[in-house]
Design a protein around this ligand. Structure first.
Ligand code: ATP
Length: 252
């Protein structure tokens, strides 16, 4: 991304989050500050159970920070879409009905929402599966439905919480390529959470590395120097992967 063009889409200022559980205060996130830029693919990388999901939940508004501020500089651009590890597709709805669901809720007329959903179903490679039910789909295909559904809600920021964590290695590689292809076509600001260094280096414009719990920002890695499409066995790729590995708190 060219430094001159950067527009801040989301600003986190000293965000902290504590929970009161079993008569104790548990700190999950400690003083995180970061800017997220328009249309960037930002990866948040951290060890398991470090507070990544809690951070995303605060960005989405599902959780309130205990301290700090979450700011959307443009107040009309605070709509978020979510893709989870276990994408919560409705089993009783078809692919089409799942994808168009948010628009249906909004009362968008059928012809219009079908047109948009059809485009997105095509974009994620599910053309021909419009009338299939989730039980008829593989794990990777279900995640494609989740991605199409999230895009269909026209989010300003797309939050992806370890969306490929439950997939086998081969499908995961395929989905990483797919998610970049979709993002190139339908540019959005993406915040992608993972605990997988290789995935982070493959996908990100930048990586924000978090410490173990309570999560704080340990390091920010700009990946401008790594041209796309990236190659997992390229020397520069491996170097970056090793640098991050040495700095990451816990073995994966
Ligand atoms: N509502 C809650 N009440 C109490 N503790 C919570 C709550 N939500 C999360 N936590 C705790 O906060 C810590 C961070 O959880 P979080 O789910 O954000 O981790 P994570 O980095 O996303 O983990 P993983 O990579 O394994 O998905 C965990 O120890 C979790 O138990």
């Amino acid at each position: 991304m060219d430094g001159k063009e950067k527009r801040v889409k989301l600003k986190l200022k000293n965000i902290s989050k504590s929970f009161y559980a079993r008569k104790e205060i548990f700190e999950a996130v400690n003083q995180i500050s970061m800017d997220v830029y328009e249309n960037e693919f930002l990866v948040i990388l951290g060890p398991g159970q470090c507070g990544k999901s809690v951070l995303l939940n605060m960005i989405s508004g599902l959780e309130e920070p205990t301290a700090g501020e979450i700011k959307f500089p443009n107040k009309d651009e605070k709509k978020v879409g979510f893709v989870f590890q276990k994408t919560a597709v409705f089993p009783w709805k078809t692919v089409m009905q799942n994808v168009e669901f948010s628009q249906e809720l909004k009362g968008v007329n059928k012809a219009e929402r079908r047109k948009q959903a059809q485009y997105l179903i095509g974009l994620v490679g599910l053309k021909g599966f419009e009338d299939s039910y989730p039980r008829q789909l593989s794990g990777g295909m279900k995640q494609r439905v989740g991605i199409a559904r999230a895009y269909c809600s026209n989010p300003d920021i797309l939050l992806m919480d370890e969306p490929f964590g439950a997939l086998d290695a081969q499908t995961r590689y395929q989905m990483e390529e797919e998610v970049l292809r979709i993002w190139e076509k339908e540019k959005r600001t993406v915040i992608f959470v993972t605990n997988n260094i290789e995935e982070a280096v493959y996908l990100g414009d930048r990586i924000i590395l978090l410490s173990e719990c309570p999560a704080s920002v340990k390091e920010i890695y700009p990946l401008k120097g790594l041209q796309r499409p990236r190659d997992y066995v390229d020397t520069e790729f491996l170097k970056m992967r090793e640098t991050i590995e040495k700095n990451m708190d816990l073995a994966l």
